[in-house]
Design a protein around this ligand. Structure first.
Ligand code: ADP
Ligand code: MG
Length: 256
């Protein structure tokens, strides 16, 4: 697979649920290696947008291109195989499994040797498992989880669990990382730590990050570009400074 980071192009994406247009002809472009934020009030369509990008929802119309690949009709595992990894607004980890096992699950799409060869204990399968184990340790160290690898995820504080989620997405070796409200429910210190971690991911891995976020301060600090949604429509698009001073955005956020 080509490892370079492609441009993500969302064009005229509309999503209708019975009687409700959750996204109305929304478009934006995520430049390779940038941090792009999608913001907007509750119910604006941010999570719906993520669900379309990751194949959980099918767009009613419009297209999503990732480099040469058209993602619009692909199943979630095909999109993941192209290097698009996501986290969820609510934590989606296996609480009873250790951090290491959760991260190993994140490497699943990269595992060539399946159950059969693993069951037969083929040397190639054992070597592959060892290599995945090493990479998991490396990623856990990078996100500050090295000491927690053996701990069941359910026993960790919430802020640390969010870190495990990010680490699991990184274990898929993504070229585009989709983060849905990564600091939701966190205290001030945890928010700062997570913001720093996201910057470190961008800087050291060079991948694109698409961030759904409610916290304006976080967006201002992290994002190169911002798309603002309100009631399913794109109401602004630009740099954080441009968007922050947009009268329509101020109105949407103040509910006036
Ligand atoms: P946000 O993440 O910006 O808060 P969402 O994308 O979750 O907003 O929701 C946008 C709108 O779409 C909301 O009105 C929500 O109730 C609706 N919606 C989201 N998912 C579904 C679904 N599966 N079925 C019906 N309506 C949905
Ligand atoms: Mg949401």
């Amino acid at each position: 697979m080509d490892d370079s980071v492609p441009r993500l192009e969302v064009r005229d994406v509309t999503v209708r649920f019975a009687g409700l247009t959750a996204l109305d002809a929304v478009g934006f472009t995520v430049e390779p290696g940038s941090v792009h934020a999608v913001i907007g009030p509750n119910g604006a369509g941010k999570s719906t947008c993520f669900n379309v990008l990751s194949g959980v929802y099918r767009a009613t119309s419009g297209s999503v291109r990732f480099g040469d690949a058209e993602l619009t009709a692909l199943a979630p595992h095909r999109i993941a195989a192209l290097g698009v990894a996501r986290t969820f607004q609510n934590i989606a980890l296996s609480a009873h499994l250790s951090v290491r096992d959760n991260l190993m699950l994140g490497r699943h799409r990269l595992t060539r040797a399946g159950f059969v060869s693993a069951g037969l204990r083929l040397p190639s399968a054992r070597r592959e498992a060892a290599a995945h184990g090493e990479r998991v340790t490396e990623i856990a160290t990078f996100v500050g989880l090295a000491e927690r690898l053996a701990t069941p995820v359910g026993l960790l504080p919430y802020g640390v669990q969010k870190r495990v989620e990010l680490a699991r997405a990184l274990c898929m070796e993504p070229r585009l990382l989709l983060l849905d409200e990564p600091v939701a429910g966190m205290n001030g210190g945890e928010r700062r730590d997570m913001a720093e971690l996201i910057m470190a991911v961008r800087e050291s891995l060079g991948i694109s990050i698409l961030l759904v976020e409610h916290d304006m301060g976080m967006v201002m600090r992290l994002a190169d570009a911002v798309t603002v949604l309100d009631f399913g429509r794109r109401i602004a698009d630009g740099t954080p400074a441009e968007v922050q001073n947009d009268p329509g955005v101020v109105r949407a956020y103040l509910g006036a």
